[in-house]
Write a protein that binds this ligand. Structure first.
Ligand SMILES: Cc1ncc(COP(=O)(O)O)c(C=O)c1O
Ligand SMILES: N[C@@H](CCCC[NH3+])C(=O)O
Length: 466
């Protein structure tokens, strides 16, 4: 994730260059394969094809903007995590993207599911997902939410505060049910990612601190509580992380706490979750590890630390979201206007406005995230220009792709596709400016199926009771 976009600009008149890392492509029509789902390719006419379906055909049937979800790619990534982490439990983080179909695919591929709200739980249960294979997160779960999680038989509730322990004690006393819980702890790690998506340093809202002793105190309380079964510790250091050193430091501190609990409280907790956060490639600058590499690295770290501490490894789990769904989806837009804008130094930036924007992808505005894009409905021989793809919202920061080379003849009516939009785009989409949230269309083996339909103006008016 780049935060210094202006650093590499060349201000030669008429020759606007992108940031230093962005090189003009050899052929502006080519896909950069590592950014796209595995079935995506361009045919001879330049049409983007995903899951055996030409995107132009999808657009003819379903219009734009639309998210296109490559089912085979999604399932393959889910299986790759399941197989690489054999002996661990893999919880798909539904916050990245969840709908009924996806919850079913996750169950069919043998993964567990992490939800973090009543809404996500509702979708999972509607899909028939086994509640015992669900983990329930959240830093502010209400009594009603906890009561529901307990009564539905959710397999693990990840406790995030002392008040939550009190609430669970009350609920289990009232209902006679047992709550199976993990405690979310903060390991004091400064993860190398955007500040808003780092979650293991001390000064943020999630978890209880290992360093301050708050985590140990909460564990003592959980262990003594009637009706609560303490499964283990949970640590999640942040999201879009490439560097294993953050996981290493966190695992060391969390395992040390695990050993301390065993020694001082005489309790051997059976499980431990090391969270998600594995990065994906949004641009050529990102070089993610594959699940097998991650499994090897994380396995070694845990083994080494357990040996050093003289404890048996608990049953481990992880919670990848982005790394499963992120690359499996792209967003297709129609270009509405093209505006060359002359900058101070005389160079020209081409603003390409599409029919969506920050309401279907807030990540560029929120995290300064970088994306890529390509023409999806034709090829071009025009020389590339540096473009900025923007949305149609009433906001100057409504940018979808900050810098990308597009053919110089990009024009209204062209289809544009942005890869890597599976994670945190539809799930964070909004109705800003009363935009209608786009559909999610699953494609596989030449067939297309709408799994989330486009919103309508009736949907908007349904909540506006006049
Ligand atoms: C507790 C927890 N688990 C898992 C995830 C999934 O993260 P990612 O989608 O980056 O794998 C998140 C989000 O950052 C999270 O907060
Ligand atoms: N929403 C964030 C990730 C953090 C969410 C999970 N705790 C993103 O788009 O990158």
């Amino acid at each position: 994730m780049s935060t210094t976009h202006e650093a590499g600009w060349a201000h030669a008149p008429g020759a606007l260059r992108g940031p230093a890392w962005l090189q003009p492509p050899r052929d502006v029509n080519d896909l950069v394969p590592q950014l796209w789902s595995s079935t995506a390719y361009k045919d001879d006419a330049g049409d983007l094809v995903v899951g055996g379906v030409p995107v132009a055909d999808l657009v003819a049937d379903h219009n734009t903007p639309a998210y296109v979800l490559d089912e085979e790619d999604f399932r393959t990534r889910a299986r790759a995590f399941r197989d690489a982490f054999a002996g661990w439990d893999v919880y798909y983080a539904g916050k990245a993207f969840l709908c009924t179909a996806v919850a079913r695919w996750i169950a069919e591929e043998g993964l567990c599911l992490d939800v973090c709200s009543a809404g996500e739980l509702t979708v999972a249960l509607r899909a028939g997902f086994d509640a015992a294979r669900i983990g329930y997160h959240g830093n502010n779960k209400s009594i009603a939410e906890l009561r529901r999680a307990v009564s539905e038989g959710v397999g693990r509730i990840i406790v995030d505060s002392v008040q939550e322990i009190e609430r669970l004690e009350m609920i289990t006393r009232d209902t006679g049910c047992t709550a199976r819980v993990m405690l979310r702890v903060t390991a004091g790690v400064e993860a190398h990612t955007h500040e808003y998506i780092a979650t293991a340093h001390e000064d943020q809202k999630f978890g209880l601190s290992i360093t301050s002793g708050d985590a140990f105190d909460a564990l003592r309380r959980l262990q003594e509580a009637e009706g609560i079964e303490l499964l283990g510790l949970h640590s999640h250091i942040g999201s879009q992380i490439f560097d294993a050193s953050g996981f290493e430091v966190a695992a060391r501190r969390v395992l040390a706490l695990h050993a301390q609990v065993s020694e001082e409280l005489g309790v051997t907790m059976p499980e431990m979750d090391l969270g998600g956060g594995f990065g994906i490639a949004y641009t050529t600058q990102d070089d993610p590890s594959d699940p097998a590499q991650l499994a090897t690295e994380m396995g070694k770290i845990v083994e080494h630390e357990c040996r050093a501490l003289g404890v048996d490894a608990p049953r481990l789990s992880i919670e990848p979201g982005r790394a499963i769904v992120g690359p499996a989806m792209c967003t297709v837009y129609t270009v509405g206007t093209v505006k060359p804008v002359t900058l101070d130094a005389g160079a020209v930036r081409t603003y390409v406005s599409v029919d969506g924007g920050m309401s279907d992808n807030i990540r560029t505005a929120l995290y300064d995230a970088d994306y890529s894009c390509t023409l999806a409905g034709r090829s071009s021989t025009a020389p590339p220009v540096l473009a900025r793809v923007v949305g149609k919202h009433c906001e100057a920061g409504d940018i979808v792709v900050r810098d990308e080379f597009l053919p110089g003849d990009v024009a209204p009516g062209d289809l544009l596709a942005v890869p890597g939009t599976g994670a945190y785009c539809r799930s964070m989409a909004s109705n800003y400016n009363h935009a209608l949230r786009p559909p999610v269309i699953a494609v596989r083996d030449g067939e297309a199926r709408v799994v989330v339909r486009r919103e309508t103006e009736d949907d908007l008016l349904a909540t506006d009771v006049g």
